[in-house]
Structures are given as C-alpha cells and as structure tokens.
Design a protein around this ligand. Structure first.
Ligand code: HEC
Ligand code: HEC
Ligand code: HEC
Ligand code: HEC
Length: 208
C-alpha cells in the first residue's frame, strides 16, 4: 500500500515538474516581439514564381529603366511566318479567282480612324515577318508593345511600372507580365461594354 502511494506521489511530482518547466519556458521572452524574433527562421532558398510559369515561353523586355519577362508571341500567331505566303508583292496576291474569299477576310480594322491607321501603319509591306514603327524601323512581333507605345505613352509607362496590365504567377521574381496584345486585339483593341457576370436571384424573384 505505502509502495503504491510512493509511486503515485513520484508520478505527481514528475508531472508537476514538467508542467512548471513548460510554464517557465514561456517566460523566457519578455515580449511577444522577442519571441517572434527568437523563433524567426531565415529563408535560405531562392523565392521564385518560375514554377507557376513553366509552360509559358518567355522573352525579356529591357528598357532604360525596367527589365522583366513577357510571353513570347510568334509561336502563338496562327499565320506566322507571314513570308510563307508574302513572298510576292501584295498586288500579285490580291489577284483572285471570282468568288474566292480574300485572305484575312476576318480582320476588320477598328482602331483609331482610317485617316490615322491602315494595315501598313503597323505591318511592313516589304517585310511582313516584322512590324514597323511610324518612322519605318523594324519591330519584332515578340516586342509589339514598342508599336503601341508610340501612340499610347501613358498606358505604356503604367504597364512598365506594373500598374496597367496583369502580372502572371504572383509577386515573387522573376516578374512576368502580359504584353499589350495578350489582352488587346491590335485590330480592334477597345473592350466592349458588358454587364457584371453576377446573377442576383433575390432581385430576380422580387421582379416577378
Ligand atoms: C496563307 C497565306 C498567307 C499568310 C500565312 C499570310 N498572309 Fe497576308 N495576305 C495573303 C493574301 C493572299 C493577301 C492578299 C489579300 C487578298 O486575298 O485579297 C494578303 C494580304 C495581307 C495584307 C494586306 C491587306 C490589304 O487589304 O491590303 C496584310 C497587311 C497582310 N496580308 C498581313 C499579313 C501578316 C502580318 C501575316 C503574318 C502574321 C500574313 N499576312 C500571313 C495571304 C497570307
Ligand atoms: C495597330 C497596329 C496594327 C494594324 C493597324 C494592323 N495590325 Fe495586324 N497585327 C498587329 C500586331 C501587333 C499583330 C500581332 C498580334 C499578336 O501578337 O497576336 C498583328 C497580327 C496580324 C496577323 C496575324 C494574325 C493571326 O492570328 O494569324 C495578320 C494576318 C494581320 N495582323 C493582318 C492585318 C491586316 C490585314 C491589317 C489591316 C486590315 C492589319 N493587320 C492592321 C498590328 C496591327
Ligand atoms: C499610330 C498610332 C497608334 C498606334 C501605333 C496604336 N494605337 Fe491604339 N489608338 C490610337 C488612336 C488614335 C486611338 C483612338 C483613341 C480614342 O478613341 O480615344 C486608339 C485606340 C486604342 C484603344 C481604345 C481606347 C479606348 O477608347 O478605350 C486601345 C485599347 C488601344 N488603342 C490599344 C493599342 C494597342 C494595344 C496598340 C499596339 C498593338 C496600339 N493601340 C497601337 C492610336 C494608335
Ligand atoms: C492584362 C490585360 C491588359 C494588358 C496587358 C494591357 N491592357 Fe490596356 N487595358 C486593359 C483593360 C482591362 C482596360 C480598360 C478597358 C475599359 O475600361 O474599357 C485597358 C485600357 C487601355 C486603353 C484605353 C485607356 C482609356 O483611358 O480608355 C489603352 C489605350 C490601353 N489599354 C493600351 C494598352 C497598351 C499600350 C498596353 C501595353 C503597353 C496595354 N494596354 C496592356 C487591359 C490590359
């Protein structure tokens, strides 16, 4: 009997000891800040958003004050390379049999007005594989933002800084941003007005 009591007492003492130990551990820190600082683990690895963007082919934008990635375009353009057909003058290409549909019949220009813009404002009729600036310098299809920036400086500046457009894959470096033509169709860049997609059933019932 006394042996049993001895064991129980020993057990209780051990228990109390462990509890008090735990308790005293909490008092190791004077403030919560101290505790956070003591337990902070320095992250030694590389933080990168690459894993989210692995499937996207990218090219680099290097401007005087900015450096970031944008999605590659040329492999996404259905009728690229243009020179597969545009190896002879346009006049020659435009000779059709009666009733034959014109090429690019689906492209209707709705951007600025006809006095400001026609196909050859942006496309180089001597080299269809490249775009061209207003001063006839050649622009690669992957860097078509250079074309847009000639006339839309405000949006271009905002885009470089990250305020206009969308970043893909989060905030961790390397920065990858959608380029102008990922969102705007260069031939018809303005978005149509539309209603929000939410459908409010309560309002709908009240109307009945
Ligand atoms: C499958 C052949 C084919 C490919 C590929 C092609 N084109 Fe054409 N394109 C034509 C033909 C044919 C015409 C002449 C228009 C017609 O049919 O009357 C034309 C006309 C044009 C014109 C002049 C339109 C006008 O009304 O004056 C532009 C600009 C043009 N193409 C741009 C391009 C660009 C840019 C590419 C590449 C991204 C491209 N094309 C790829 C066949 C092609
Ligand atoms: C404001 C500049 C601009 C004008 C004006 C313009 N284009 Fe384009 N066009 C572009 C850009 C930029 C691209 C490449 C878009 C991309 O990366 O998807 C393109 C792409 C194309 C393509 C390839 C599209 C595909 O999906 O295969 C064709 C064909 C084309 N343009 C024909 C024309 C024709 C024809 C006209 C005149 C009716 C015209 N473009 C006027 C800027 C322009
Ligand atoms: C030669 C000058 C010029 C070039 C190059 C040009 N734009 Fe434009 N863009 C205009 C003009 C002018 C308007 C009409 C402005 C207006 O209606 O307020 C316009 C209108 C627009 C609009 C609609 C604005 C609105 O009213 O909501 C968008 C979006 C746009 N452009 C995007 C682009 C993109 C993207 C490119 C490059 C692929 C581009 N532009 C290249 C001159 C240009
Ligand atoms: C992630 C998509 C996205 C990208 C990338 C993007 N835009 Fe836009 N842009 C928009 C949206 C959304 C609007 C607002 C349309 C509206 O209000 O109707 C807009 C509006 C505009 C307008 C009209 C502004 C106004 O005041 O009405 C212009 C011009 C324009 N963008 C040009 C550009 C140019 C140039 C680039 C590239 C340097 C670019 N955008 C890149 C989505 C984008």
């Amino acid at each position: 009997m006394t042996a049993k009591i001895k064991v129980i007492t020993q057990f209780i003492v051990v228990c109390l000891f462990t509890i008090s130990c735990k308790h005293s551990d909490e008092h190791k820190y004077h403030t919560v800040i101290d505790k956070i600082e003591a337990n902070t683990v320095e992250y030694k690895g590389e933080i990168s958003s690459d894993i989210y963007n692995e499937t996207i082919k990218k090219v680099e934008v290097i401007d005087s004050d900015f450096k970031f990635l944008i999605p590659e375009r040329k492999s996404q353009i259905v009728s690229y390379k243009c020179s597969e057909c545009h190896s002879q003058p346009l006049e020659k290409l435009k000779e059709h049999k009666v009733g034959e549909k014109a090429a690019h019949w689906n492209i209707k220009l709705n951007h600025a007005g006809p006095e400001t813009m026609n196909c050859t404002t942006c496309h180089n009729k001597n080299d269809f594989d490249h775009l061209q600036s207003l001063t006839n310098s050649s622009i690669d299809f992957n860097f078509s933002y250079k074309l847009c920036s000639q006339c839309h400086q405000k949006e271009f500046k905002d885009w470089k800084g990250g305020a206009h457009g969308k970043q893909l894959g989060g905030w961790a470096p390397p920065r990858l941003s959608n380029t102008c033509v990922n969102c705007h169709n260069p031939h018809n860049p303005k978005f149509e007005k539309r209603w929000p997609v939410r459908f409010n059933t309560t309002v709908e019932k009240e109307r009945e």
